[in-house]
Design a binder for this molecule. Structure first.
Ligand SMILES: Cc1cc2nc3c(=O)[nH]c(=O)nc-3n(C[C@H](O)[C@H](O)[C@H](O)COP(=O)(O)OP(=O)(O)OC[C@H]3O[C@@H](n4cnc5c(N)ncnc54)[C@H](O)[C@@H]3O)c2cc1C
Length: 292
């Protein structure tokens, strides 16, 4: 199929983008990497009357790392952030998550902000951004606001963005020296959307106890889902084998995942327990490496 007819706009300045989005409101869609938008238009799941292509707006490009954390512009491609050795060192969980997003060809064009705006419930990056407590910087004509990743995802393919709004960048706060994060997922084939994914972040205190835990799942609910009961269960422990076995059991018993053509709820329950345990176990390994 081909998309239905649309007017194409190619602004070169951010203010022009915001003017166009304000002018056309619900009738406009932002085009970033096009890796989700174009398939949806080709299948006629979306038929926007106006496409606002942001690719010529140089002020939206790139990413930067500082003591405060990682700043990711709206046009930063998955791949450019993935291959940065500095990002891999500072945010290994983000690097790991990015390698699991689709395929290299898609990551060469697709943008991190596009993935967040798209808000697919099975996508890797929304969960990772929630686990890292990211802030999303949103602009519209004459106003700007910041949304916590935690509040940004509303439903499958539905974010907090309203008509006329552009996600201009994301800020990820720096992780403390004792904090670690890993990403685990189950897919049928490498590059597929996750049947279940899990981002696990936490830190070790001076007594060797696990603190500040965030466990966020993809693919089990219409939005990324924090497993707060499991977080509370492991907080203050040493993540011993007994704790890991018990938290796996807790997740398997308490989770009520969605069911779809890709997987039964029962399967998702089981594998979520397994990958939560696996993720936490990897964090105990990282502590040992740190202490060497
Ligand atoms: C074969 C295939 C496999 C895939 N596998 C995966 C996978 O495993 N995991 C995964 O997460 N994704 C996967 N994807 C989806 C894809 O990686 C991302 O959804 C995509 O790259 C999103 O970024 P984009 O820049 O291409 O966004 P676009 O396609 O340009 O836009 C997506 C949506 O977000 C909106 N948008 C984009 N940028 C902004 C912005 N800055 N502000 C406001 N709205 C914006 C658009 O209007 C549109 O509604 C796959 C895609 C394909 C084709």
């Amino acid at each position: 199929m081909k998309p239905s007819q649309f007017a194409y706009h190619a602004p070169t300045e951010l203010e022009e983008v915001l003017d166009l989005l304000a002018q056309y409101g619900d009738d406009a869609k932002v085009l970033a990497g096009g890796q989700s938008l174009m398939p949806m238009m080709n299948f006629r799941l979306l038929s926007p009357a106006h496409i606002v292509d942001i690719n010529r707006v140089s002020s939206l490009a790139g990413f930067s790392l500082s003591d405060a954390g990682l700043f990711i512009g709206a046009l930063a491609r998955h791949r450019e952030v993935e291959v940065s050795p500095e990002v891999e060192l500072a945010f290994p969980i983000l690097h790991e998550g990015l390698t699991n997003v689709a395929h290299v060809q898609i990551r060469n064009r697709g943008t991190i902000c596009g993935s967040l705006a798209h808000a697919d419930s099975a996508a890797e990056l929304p969960s990772i951004m929630m686990a890292l407590d990211a802030r999303l910087n949103i602009r519209s004509k004459g106003s700007e606001r910041v949304a916590l990743a935690e509040d940004f995802f509303r439903f499958h393919l539905t974010s907090d963005l309203g008509p006329g709004e552009l996600l201009v960048s994301v800020d990820i706060p720096a992780m403390s020296k004792n904090a670690f994060g890993v990403f685990e997922e189950i897919t049928r084939r490498k590059g597929d959307f996750a049947l279940v994914g899990v981002a696990v972040v936490g830190s070790w205190d001076e007594n060797g106890k696990f603190q500040e835990c965030r466990i966020v799942c993809s693919g089990v609910a219409p939005t990324p889902l924090r497993l707060r009961e499991a977080e509370n269960f492991v907080t203050g422990t040493d993540l011993s084998e007994a704790v890991l076995v018990a938290v796996q059991q807790l997740v398997m018993e308490s989770l009520v995942p969605t069911e779809d053509i890709h997987s039964s709820a029962e399967y998702r329950k089981k594998v979520t327990g397994v990958i939560v345990r696996r993720g936490l176990a990897r964090l105990t390994g990282q502590r040992r490496v740190q202490n060497v």
